[in-house]
Design a protein around this ligand. Structure first.
Ligand code: CUA
Length: 157
């Protein structure tokens, strides 16, 4: 029996699409420089944050010339700290973890967007080159007051 010519063509197109889809996923995971939350930031006992060297000491810490670290705990419906002030031109590394449920961290108007997960430490480094007030919100539904979970970063000249 002979396979119809169009059937062969469509079979070929289907195989190509499958390969392309798998390739897209693999590229997104490996090649595009997208950072996923993983063990790089480390793991932590969410029930014992106060004894941790970082999360027992939440807040903004200057660690060098124009370099800051922010140790932040997300706990419904708050970020601790939720009002951060740094000078213009700073490089800030956020270390974040959650003590209750999964939260999100999105700085409005930027591509800073991550999840904050109990038991994991999320690490993100951001440069703030322009002064202004940058709001951030939780964008993972985390409970009845999810919509109130927010804060701000004041970048001062
Ligand atoms: Cu925290 Cu939504």
């Amino acid at each position: 029996m002979e396979i119809h010519r169009y059937e062969k063509i469509w079979f070929g197109v289907a195989v190509l699409l499958i390969v392309a889809f798998i390739g897209t996923v693999a590229y997104g995971a490996v090649g595009a420089g997208i950072e996923m939350v993983d063990d790089d930031g480390g793991t932590i006992d969410p029930n014992n944050l106060s004894d941790h060297e970082r999360f027992g000491d939440t807040g903004v810490h200057q660690v060098g010339d124009g370099e800051f670290e922010v140790n932040m705990i997300a706990v419904h419906p708050s970020f601790i700290p939720n009002d951060i002030e740094i000078p213009e031109g700073s490089t800030v590394t956020f270390y974040m973890t959650a003590s209750d449920v999964t939260h999100g961290f999105n700085i409005a108007g930027t591509n800073v967007n991550s999840m904050i997960i109990p038991g994991q430490i999320t690490e993100i480094t951001v440069e703030f080159d322009e002064s202004g007030t940058y709001g951030f919100v939780c964008h993972e539904y985390c409970g009845s007051l999810h919509h109130e979970m927010e804060g701000q970063i004041q970048v001062v000249p």
